[in-house]
Structure formats: structure tokens, C-alpha cells
Design a protein around this ligand. Structure first.
Ligand code: UGA
Length: 470
């Protein structure tokens, strides 16, 4: 470009890629976003973000309008134009397997390697099994040698740590920057790209490819373990009594432990933590280290057991309120039914929140949506409201009833489940909510309500991690 700054391309325009592209444009770079999906590219080119991410629509509109940010489906155009190519395509869990599906990453890198006709840097951001970057680096060299292409192409890995809901903030002001390099050109070029973050004293960790790949999965595995750790203690406090929030606060004061990610509840979901801990186990097993990450199988199990606990608690609370019904009709599906679950038949249950976390419309591996569907399968009439997630949830489970407000969901409900801690649910007024429902029974699946205040308004509120005495 005229100003001598590197030109950037971003391959893959999902959460990661679209955010990275828009934020780099915000930092003054010329950016070209590339995706194989023409519909997505058409929307982005009009300045529309195809998913919910606070702050992103404004950035996208501004920089699409200024021309600094453009989108294309043509990877060859990017190959000819950009100095640095970021790879932000998905690495989902393979269907029916624990391992990550690397089809999209491999395809993106290979198509660039075949089309670049100048000096360039390819920078992977996607979460990949350790060893992938080294393999791809070899593949790039092989393709270029075979085809005798002009220019030096180097590959680096720069894992992304952004959180959905805070994607813009996390990209512009990250906690740290990690880059794994395999040659001399990557670090200086990436320092130029991240000059703004470096000027703000963001820690810069320049290392080898393997370490960079591992930092990412280690961080997510640690976070998942932290959540399951407190949720395992929930199983104890649910049995003997005790207050899981106080326990978390108390251990969290030890700065070696820290309070964050110790919120007990229905557990972790989303497109990252669940699949990353599974892919890591699969990868280390491939490396012959069968026992090394075995504890992550427990982390996964504890997490999934939280969903059973919500369903069981719903059964207990409804049984205590109604008694079990003898001649209930047959349930809709086999999975979540036992004799005690008969009480769910025909019960009107309001589900508040189905996304995997607030400030997102993402329902991938969402504990909330899974619970809603299990209750429906067991025969309950489930009415769902989520501020942003209804459409994505309905695409997955069209048979649940979706309504446009919390008030509509609460109307005449015999049990209320708060499963995603959106601010508007935290702000619900217990008196007003109480006038809408048929019974003042609530499961706080995220431990965010003031149980005493709700109790004063006549509600029985049971937080996950708390004992329920019928
Ligand atoms: C996670 C990581 O936090 C990011 O650093 C990482 O970049 C990202 O994955 C990724 O690999 O791309 P994200 O999936 O957006 O980010 O969501 P988190 O904020 O980590 O929450 C994950 C899940 O854990 C949510 O379902 C949340 O409800 C749950 N959670 C979180 C708890 O149940 N308890 C807690 O204390 C914290």
C-alpha cells in the first residue's frame, strides 16, 4: 500500500475471521476478507454481520464504507494482493469422532500456496492439533517447489484467544499475543501488523510452531477444567448442603486460584471449549500419550452431568409440587425418560436463555438448548425465549415453542428455568414475574439471581450447586 503498511487478507469470515478483518481495518490496514460462501460474502460486502457480536456491526459498516475493508470469494485475488494472509477457518469436531476436522484449514493453506506469486506470510489463527503448523509448513514448501512459483512464502501460527461477546475488545486489546514462527520473516512482519497492541504493552510471546499451537489448547483445557472443578463441587454441595457461590468466592480470593471461571452452573458449551478438549485428547492419544489428557474425559463428563442434574431437579421440584401422575401418556422419546420423569408430561416449562452464553446468538453445543430439548423429549411443554438465540435454536430444534419475550415465556408456566445469564434475566422483577406464572418455581442454572429477594416474593428458587429439600 501507499503508506508502506502490509496488506492483509483473512481467509474464513466466521466469528474469528470477520472480527479480525474488521479490527485490522479499524487499526488502519487495508484488509481483504475471503470466504467460500458467496451468501456470507455478499452480506459482509453490504456491511452486515451474519451473527450477533456487540460492536462489530459498527466497525464493519465504517470500514466497508471507507473501502479499507473488502470481501471476495476469490482466494487468488487475495494471493496476488496481500502480504500477510490470516487463516481463520473453522476446525470443528469430526462427526462421530473426538478429533478436529482439518479439511478447511488444509484447503485454505493449500489454495494460497498454489496461488501466491510473490513474497508473503501465511498466519494460521484457527485452533489446530499440535503438529499441524509444521505439517502445513512442509506442504507449502512442497507445493511451491513442485510448481516453481516465484516469491518466498513462510508460515506462522498466531492463535486467537477472543471470546464471543467480547470479540472486538479481545482483538483490539488482547491479554497477550502469541506467535509461533518457523523462519526469519514472520516475527518482524507480525510486529508491524500488531504495532498498535505492542505500543499498548501487550505481552508478546514469540516461540516455535508447536508451543504456539499448544498455548491455545492448553488455555481452553485449563478454562474447561476450572469450570468442571467447581461443578464437581456442586455435586457435593447438592448432596450435603452448602453454598457453591460462597465456596467459589472463598477459594477465588487466593490469587493463585482466582475467582474467574469458577461460576457453577449448567456448564460450558459453544464452538470451542467442548470440541477443543476432545480434540486434544484425540491428538495426544495419536502421539501415544494415552493417559496424559485422560482427566479431560472427566472434565467433559462432569460438564455433561450438569445437564442431567437440571432435568432431575426439574423432576424433583415438580414432583414435590404436584406429586407424580400415575397414568401419564407415553413420552415423546426414549432418552430422558424414567418412571420418575413421568411428572414432566405436559408440564408447562419456561426456558430463559438457549445460547451457550449471553451476548451471543451461538447455540453450538449449548447446555441450555440441550436441557430444553431433553425436557421436551421427556414430554414437557417447553416454551423458550432467548434475546438473540431463538432463530438458531429453532433451526436445530424446530418442535420447541419459541416466543418473543421473557414475559411471553413466563405466562402460565409451572416451572421456570434460567439457563443463560442474559442481563435482562438478571434484572427480572420477582413480583412481576410471579404474577405471570402458574407456580413460583425456578431453577437458576447460572446462579445469578438474588435467591433471598425471590424467596420474599414467594418463589422457590434452587440454584445449581444447591441442595433441594422437597
Ligand atoms: C473460549 C475462550 O474463553 C476464549 O479465550 C477462546 O478464544 C475461545 O473459547 C476460542 O477457543 O475461540 P468462548 O467459547 O467465547 O471463548 O466462551 P467462554 O466465555 O470461554 O465461555 C465458555 C462456556 O463456559 C460458556 O458456555 C459459559 O457459560 C461457560 N462458563 C464460563 C461457565 O459455565 N462458568 C464460568 O465460570 C465461565
Amino acid at each position: 500500500t501507499g503508506d508502506g503498511r502490509p496488506r492483509l487478507s483473512v481467509i474464513g469470515t466466521g466469528y474469528l475471521g470477520a472480527t479480525h478483518a474488521a479490527c485490522m481495518a479499524e487499526l488502519g490496514f487495508e484488509v481483504l476478507g475471503v470466504d467460500v460462501d458467496p451468501a456470507k460474502i455478499a452480506r459482509l460486502s453490504r456491511g452486515e454481520v451474519p451473527f450477533h457480536e456487540p460492536g462489530l456491526p459498527e466497525l464493519l459498516r465504517t470500514h466497508v464504507a471507507s473501502g479499507r475493508l473488502r470481501f471476495t470469494t476469490d482466494v487468488a485475488e487475495a494471493a496476488r494482493w496481500a502480504d500477510v494472509h490470516f487463516i481463520g477457518v473453522g476446525t470443528p469436531q469430526k462427526v462421530g469422532e473426538a478429533a478436529a476436522d482439518l479439511t478447511y484449514v488444509d484447503a485454505a493453506v493449500e489454495s494460497l500456496a498454489r496461488a501466491i506469486d510473490r513474497d508473503a506470510l501465511i498466519v494460521g489463527k484457527s485452533t489446530v492439533p499440535v503438529g499441524t503448523a509444521r505439517r502445513l509448513s512442509g506442504r507449502v514448501a512442497e507445493i511451491r517447489a513442485e510448481q516453481g512459483l516465484p516469491g518466498q512464502v513462510e508460515l506462522a501460527w498466531n492463535p486467537e484467544f477472543l471470546r464471543e461477546g467480547f470479540a472486538v475488545q479481545d482483538t483490539l486489546t488482547p491479554d497477550r499475543l502469541v506467535v509461533g514462527v518457523a523462519g526469519p520473516r514472520a516475527e518482524p512482519l507480525l510486529r508491524e501488523v500488531y504495532a498498535a497492541q505492542l505500543a499498548a504493552d501487550t505481552p508478546w510471546i514469540c516461540t516455535d510452531l508447536e508451543t504456539a499451537e499448544l498455548v491455545k489448547v492448553a488455555a481452553n483445557a485449563f478454562l474447561a477444567t476450572k469450570i468442571s472443578f467447581i461443578n464437581a463441587f456442586s455435586e457435593i454441595t447438592e448432596t450435603v448442603g452448602g453454598d457453591i457461590r460462597t465456596l467459589a468466592d472463598a477459594i477465588g480470593h487466593d490469587t493463585r486460584i482466582g475467582r474467574r471461571f469458577l461460576n457453577a452452573g449448567v456448564g460450558f458449551g459453544g464452538g470451542c471449549l467442548p470440541k477443543d478438549i476432545r480434540a486434544l485428547q484425540a491428538r495426544v492419544s495419536e502421539l501415544g500419550l494415552d493417559r496424559t489428557m485422560r482427566f479431560l474425559a472427566e472434565v467433559d463428563d462432569i460438564n455433561l452431568r450438569r445437564r442431567d442434574r437440571v432435568v432431575d431437579l426439574a423432576v424433583q421440584m415438580l414432583s414435590a409440587a404436584h406429586g407424580t401422575e400415575a397414568d401419564a401418556p407415553a413420552p415423546r422419546g426414549g432418552k430422558t425418560t424414567g418412571p420418575d420423569r413421568q411428572v414432566l408430561q405436559g408440564k408447562r416449562i419456561a426456558v430463559l436463555g438457549v445460547t451457550f452464553k449471553p451476548d451471543s446468538d451461538d447455540v453450538r453445543d449449548s447446555p441450555a438448548l440441550d436441557v430444553a430439548n431433553r425436557l421436551f423429549t421427556a414430554g414437557a411443554d417447553v416454551r423458550v425465549y432467548d434475546p438473540e438465540g431463538n432463530a438458531n435454536a429453532a433451526a436445530r430444534f424446530p418442535r420447541l415453542e419459541y416466543v418473543g419475550s421473557a414475559d411471553a415465556a413466563l405466562e402460565d408456566a409451572e416451572l421456570v428455568l434460567l439457563l443463560t445469564e442474559w442481563a435482562e434475566f438478571r434484572a427480572l422483577d420477582p413480583e412481576e414475574a410471579g404474577r405471570r406464572v402458574a407456580a413460583r418455581l425456578l431453577i437458576d442454572g447460572r446462579n445469578v439471581l438474588d435467591v433471598a429477594a425471590w424467596g420474599e416474593a414467594g418463589w422457590t428458587v434452587v440454584g445449581l450447586g444447591h441442595r433441594f429439600d422437597a
